[in-house]
Design a protein around this ligand. Structure first.
Ligand SMILES: OC[C@H]1O[C@H](O[C@H]2O[C@H](CO)[C@@H](O)[C@H](O)[C@H]2O)[C@H](O)[C@@H](O)[C@@H]1O
Length: 598
């Protein structure tokens, strides 16, 4: 991935950019080969003989990608970057001869509108323009280009020490052509931006390189103009190859963003936390009953889900979806996660209240009225609504953080009512959500299934780590919900199918990081470390993680790179390096546990 905090592009190991939406992450793609073939839009730049690179890496602590090929003719490097956004979006690609003289080729197929629209492509001396509908792009190339059927291509030779630069600039078609950036200056600006940004990192634990790459990836998934945080940079990468579990993640989930915020605050990035809080206050303004579980990058509410029939999908995994119908779901956990994130922000930042507290009181009134309703859960199931245990626990979190806001921070509110609600939810979960015969909490009240989200119960302070019900749950998840040593979110076949979808899916990387934290929390540190090391090996060659992983094939599944997974990596590294594995549980929960009460 390269990106400019407005959008991102995915570059293959063959030097082809196969995914890119312009001008924003959630705009229609102009390169959609990832979900079809090269005719759905791609830009290849590499040796004319083709093939995968010999090696690639990010230039230290930046999003500047260096891809190198060793060939029989010599060696060559392509450096790709998107400089900080100025007048327009730019992609800079610089070919550099390292050894010998290598024959190179480039083929640019711009296909706007998710691969459907072939633009008019015209040459203008040393550059070309491509225009269709609202989109226009200009390519500055230092080699002559052939143009045929909307495709621009060139073959050229680079000898050691020579450089050939390409700059692609996008703008709305009704605007004049923006000033093209200078490739060398743009690379220098990109390097300065990232190097300065990472300077705020306060992490001093083990696995420093992996943590640095993960926080850079999280930053790259933020939309700078609004502070919104995306779940992932792609749509429709399948959770099962050939299956239908293909969703659009180019939006801001309150849950995912709350997790990112906690990881960012834990590693010293307060500006991002503040920007996200402002985004949240704008997005959630209005009636608290209308709070959505997700919004667009700018806080927009309407994200209708449609299926794109001209894209065959990644390795034939159809449908390709744009938009996300989960927008309209009731996921009770989101209120708890949002209130927890604002609670964390309050503890870290003096400016965190004001309007934010008024919003929180409104959210609490809603939870007080609806915590006993069945919901769609954090897994956004498309089956029947249930009384999901994790959702109820997050309602407990909502009231717990409200009580703490009054007790610790002196804010105003009906604290007695919140205390009473907190106790009622706690008692109900312990009575109806725990299966004493199996010694574990269950996915929903009365369920025979398990849920990896139950690993979070001690993390949020619902019960202490040493409580036998926590230990039993961690052990049950490890025993029954793992595949090849990695954790599934839940068993889609338990309870006659909970998610309403056909097929199965890969193991969920965020949940596997939660198991690392849980093993450490219950005192099995060696196992936690071994699992963490194994998880690090699932990163791709650039340190990136998708949403899911198939241990049988060693392949990533689901959208990529995914914020959830990188949050998991950062948090587990912090915990294993000595940060407490959770906000410490309430003293009274500890006491109740030791007295054997619910
Ligand atoms: O499994 C069905 C659901 O899958 C997606 O949701 C998942 O991704 C979200 C974004 O990272 C995450 O917040 C959620 O916990 C995950 O289950 C998809 O977005 C849903 O539409 C779909 O129903």
């Amino acid at each position: 991935m390269i990106g400019d905090l407005h959008t991102a592009a995915l570059v293959g190991s063959d030097g082809s950019i196969d995914w890119m939406c312009l001008p924003r992450f959630d705009s229609p793609a102009c390169f959609a080969a990832l979900l079809g073939d090269e005719d759905h839009g791609s830009w290849r730049l590499g040796p004319a003989a083709g093939g995968k690179c010999t090696r690639r890496r990010y230039r230290t602590d930046t999003l500047i990608l260096e891809t190198e090929w060793d060939t029989p003719e010599g060696a060559v490097r392509v450096t790709d970057a998107m400089p900080p956004r100025g007048e327009a979006a730019d992609i800079v690609r610089v070919v550099e001869g390292l050894d010998g003289a290598v024959r190179m080729s480039t083929v640019l197929r711009l296909r706007f509108g998710y691969g459907k629209v072939v633009p008019w492509v015209r040459g203008h001396g040393p550059h070309l323009s491509a225009i269709a509908g609202p989109d226009a792009a200009w390519l500055e190339a230092e080699v002559p280009l052939d143009i045929e059927d909307g495709t621009a291509s060139a073959e050229f030779t680079v000898a050691a020490g020579e450089r050939v630069a390409f700059v692609l600039t996008h703008h709305e078609s009704h605007h004049d052509r923006p000033t093209a950036v200078d490739a060398a200056e743009a690379l220098a600006d990109t390097e300065s931006f990232w190097t300065e940004w990472i300077g705020d990192l306060s992490y001093e634990g083990e696995w420093d390189e992996a943590v640095r790459r993960s926080v850079i990836t999280l930053k790259a998934l933020t939309y700078a103009p609004t502070g919104g945080i995306l779940a992932a940079a792609t749509t429709a990468l399948p959770e099962e190859l050939g299956g239908v579990r293909n969703w659009d993640y180019r939006y801001c989930w309150l849950r995912d963003a709350s997790f990112v915020l906690a990881a960012m605050l834990g590693t010293g990035f307060r500006d991002e936390a503040r920007a996200w809080r402002h985004w949240l206050l704008r997005a959630a303004a209005g009636d608290p009953a209308d709070l959505q579980i997700m919004y667009g990058l700018d806080g927009r509410h309407w994200l209708p889900e449609i299926e794109v029939d001209w894209l065959p999908g990644y390795e034939g995994s159809a449908p390709v979806r744009i938009g996300n119908a989960a927008t309209g779901q009731f996921q009770l956990d989101v209120w708890g996660e949002t209130l927890d994130a604002l609670h964390l922000a309050r503890a870290a930042d003096d400016e965190a209240d004001g309007d934010a507290w008024e919003l929180q009181k409104g959210l609490l009134a809603f939870v007080a009225e609806h915590w006993a309703d069945p919901d769609d859960s954090l897994w956004e199931v498309r089956g029947e609504r249930r009384h999901f245990v994790h959702s109820k626990v997050m309602a407990w979190v909502a009231f717990d953080r409200a009580v703490q806001a009054v007790e610790r921070f002196g804010l105003d509110g009906p604290v007695e009512e919140w205390r009473a609600l907190r106790d009622r939810v706690h008692a109900q979960v312990c009575e109806r959500g725990f299966d004493a015969d199996r010694g574990t909490f269950t996915q929903f009240y009365g369920s025979k299934g398990l849920d990896a989200a139950l690993l979070l119960l001690p993390m949020v302070g619902f019960l202490p780590w040493e409580d036998p019900r926590v230990v039993g749950t961690v052990e049950a998840v490890q025993r029954e919900l793992t595949h090849g040593g990695y954790v599934l979110r839940y068993d889609p076949e338990a309870d006659s199918g909970v998610d309403g979808l056909p097929g199965r899916e890969g193991t969920f990387l965020a949940c596997t990081f939660w198991l690392v934290d849980a093993l450490q929390g219950i005192g099995r540190e060696d196992e936690a470390r071994a699992l963490f090391e194994r998880l690090l090996k699932t990163r791709n060659d650039l340190g990136l993680l998708a949403e899911e992983y198939d241990p049988a094939t060693g392949r990533h599944l689901g959208n990529t790179p995914q914020a959830y997974s990188h949050v998991g990596l950062v948090n587990s590294a912090r915990h294993l390096s000595g940060a407490p594995p959770a906000a410490r549980p309430r003293a009274d929960a500890r006491r109740e546990a030791s007295e054997g009460k619910g």
